[in-house]
Design a protein around this ligand. Structure first.
Ligand SMILES: Nc1ncnc2c1ncn2[C@@H]1O[C@H](COP(=O)(O)OP(=O)(O)O)[C@@H](O)[C@H]1O
Ligand SMILES: N[C@@H](CCC(=O)OP(=O)(O)O)C(=O)O
Length: 377
């Protein structure tokens, strides 16, 4: 971490809130002091900060964190401005300019948006500002939403080719089980996915302010390390120590494989299929072996309701998910295309039906990736 020149730091709601779930300005100031010290040492910092919902609670008279999406969004839109105002003031005391950046899943997914986000963030760093990123909660829907900022932070780290990702929470490390249980031990280092076998990775903390819990933090570390970005998970109180290279928290070592695209990372880890397309054995072989596109001829069944552009799971006849991809058709269109050659479809239905069900560029193999359920609301 000491040699890192560009660091993405993610801080969760649990680290920024008081015991009754409201925003804690002292915590914001402490964190800002630590980050400003690194900026003074010429380290570029991108802060991914949760806390908009928490900051919106007091002004709206809410005593507990809202559970329904509409109230969460209302609280986030009230709170986001206040949250950034706290950061702006705290960074200004160090002579630094804070910049608000709100991102959606689409901004990570769609090429043009993605480039735009990359350009803006890079420019902000060039001019010496500190970007403060959060999910654009007000426009996010249940279906297309990160919900937590852990995975968003990993995708931002990948997008900016950061040298390190620091995930700050209310717990000082990943433990081999719920840290509130006596006898659980800190995991100092994760080098391979196998190092996590048998680890009880639990959900959000008992105070109920965080969203993803350890599950999304470990997922985030996996996304970042697959993209070649070393990741440290520790508490906000340890932020300075972690940035100074002290052996705190849990270190996730980067993989040495070729860096996947953001879209591939997103498809594999940050989303869930909106439906399923069942492939015949030949199509499974072609997709798995030859990294081919999925053509209508190889589809035998379609399940669920989805629209063109949605992520779907590609399954074999035994129901095993082998890949995930961005589908080019609505679910309702596929039964008329199944089993047909693209040439037949073009001749009978028109040239627009010559396209693949899933193009190889929008497809990622999942054989090594454990299945996960839909993103947390
Ligand atoms: N194996 C584990 N190791 C560490 N913490 C865990 C583990 N399992 C569950 N947790 C819980 O995850 C919580 C952090 O997640 P969360 O509340 O979502 O935080 P944040 O708001 O920082 O994203 C911790 O407070 C802890 O109670
Ligand atoms: N975008 C939301 C983040 C939701 C959340 O709680 O995330 P986290 O604390 O990172 O699990 C907010 O700012 O409140």
């Amino acid at each position: 971490m000491t040699r890192a020149r560009r660091v993405v730091v993610k801080v969760g709601s649990s680290s920024l809130t008081t015991h009754d779930g409201r925003i804690d300005r002292d915590r914001i100031r402490e964190l800002t002091d630590v980050l400003a010290a690194r900026r003074a040492a010429d380290v570029e910092i991108v802060l991914v900060s949760s806390g908009a919902v928490a900051a919106g609670m007091t002004p709206l008279g809410l005593v507990t964190r809202p559970r329904d999406l509409a109230t969460q969004q209302a609280a986030a839109s009230v709170g986001q401005g206040l949250l950034v105002a706290h950061y702006t003031r705290a960074f200004a005391d160090h002579g630094l300019t804070a910049a608000q950046v709100l991102l959606t899943v689409d901004d990570m997914m769609r090429r043009a948006h993605h480039r735009n986000a990359q350009r803006t963030l890079t420019r902000l760093l060039d001019i010496g500002a500190v970007p403060i990123v959060n999910e654009n909660d007000t426009v996010a829907t249940h279906e297309i939403r990160f919900g937590d900022n852990d995975r968003l932070a990993a995708l931002v780290a990948h997008l900016l080719r950061a040298d390190a990702l620091l995930l700050l929470s209310d717990v000082d490390a990943l433990y081999d089980g719920d840290p509130s249980r006596p006898g659980t031990r800190r995991i100092a280092e994760v080098r391979e996915p196998e190092d996590l076998e048998g680890v009880d990775i639990g959900s959000a903390g008992r105070r109920g302010v965080g969203t993803g819990g350890m599950v999304t933090k470990v997922e985030s570390a996996r996304i970042a390390t697959e993209a070649g970005v070393p990741t440290i998970l520790t508490s906000a109180a340890n932020a300075g120590a972690a940035l100074d290279g002290e052996p705190v928290g849990t270190f996730f070592a980067p993989a040495r494989r070729r860096r996947p695209s953001t879209r591939q990372l997103w498809l594999a880890h940050a989303t869930a299929g909106r439906g399923r397309v069942v492939l015949d054995p030949g199509a499974v072989r072609a997709v798995l072996g030859g990294r081919a596109s999925l053509l209508p001829a190889g589809v035998i069944k379609v399940e669920g309701e989805f629209s063109a552009g949605d992520p779907v799971d590609l399954c074999d006849e035994d129901g095993r998910t082998v890949a995930r991809g961005l589908v080019n058709y609505d679910a309702a269109e596929i039964p008329n295309l199944m089993g047909r050659s693209t040439r037949w479809l073009a001749r009978e239905l028109g040239p627009e039906y010559e396209r693949e069900i899933v193009h190889r560029d929008g497809l990622v193999l999942l054989s090594r990736t454990p299945r996960r359920s839909a993103p947390a609301p």
